[in-house]
Each structure stands twice: as C-alpha cells, then as structure tokens.
Design a protein. Sequence first.
Length: 139
Amino acid sequence: MSEPLRSHEVSIRVRYAETDRMGLLHNATYLVYFELGRIELLRARGIAYRDLEDQGFLLVLSRIEVKYRSPARYDDVLTLRTSVARTTMASVDHRYELFRDDTLLAEGLSTLVCVDRQGHVQRLPPALSREDAAPATGR
C-alpha cells in the first residue's frame, strides 16, 4: 500500500472582503483558510469530507492556534501548506504554513476529533487512520 499524502499546498488570493479597515487580512480569515487547507488536503487524497459526514464520521475542531508573523494584504497571492502532523485513534493534528512568496506570514496548529452524530468520540475512519504518527516534513 502506498504512503498516504501528508502535505498539500493551495494557492489563495486575498479578497477585499477578507481585509480589515487597515487593509490587512482579517485575523479570523486565517482560520477559514486553514479549513480550506484541510479540505483540499483530503480532496487531494481522494477523500471528500462530505462523504465522511454521510458515513457518520464528523470531525470537530477541539483546538486551534495561530502565530501571526507578517501581514497579508488585499490581492496578495498566498500559498498555504497544510500537513498532517499526527494522528491518534480518534484525532488528527494539522500544521499550517501560510506564505507570500518565500515570506512566512503565519503558522498554525489544529486538532480535529472524530465524533458520531450524537457527539460521542469514535475512531477515525480507515481512510484517515492509516497515517502514522510521525511529523510531516517542512518546506
């Protein structure tokens, strides 16, 4: 069996509506971008999040951290790298790195816990639990 894809990059152009009065990317938008990164990483692995939900596997955010390093502005073209940092029987940790060219703008970490429709913790689905616990490689 081949090694599952552990890292994926997506290009994002900052839209005007995502900026604040200072013309900077609003701090809450980073979380939206991180979610996009997680979904696109799944998609690149051939997994649709919608299908996981339809099968009764819901991934709820239990922790998120962002370290802001440098601002992004309207119309900047950014690269978001999302990596699987660690998996357990019922959770998956992701690492995020947001770049403009070679400048690191923000870093993030999140933990998603797998629950059923009643909110009870359950094992990750087989498609996600095949990953090992080794950290993903950096840029």
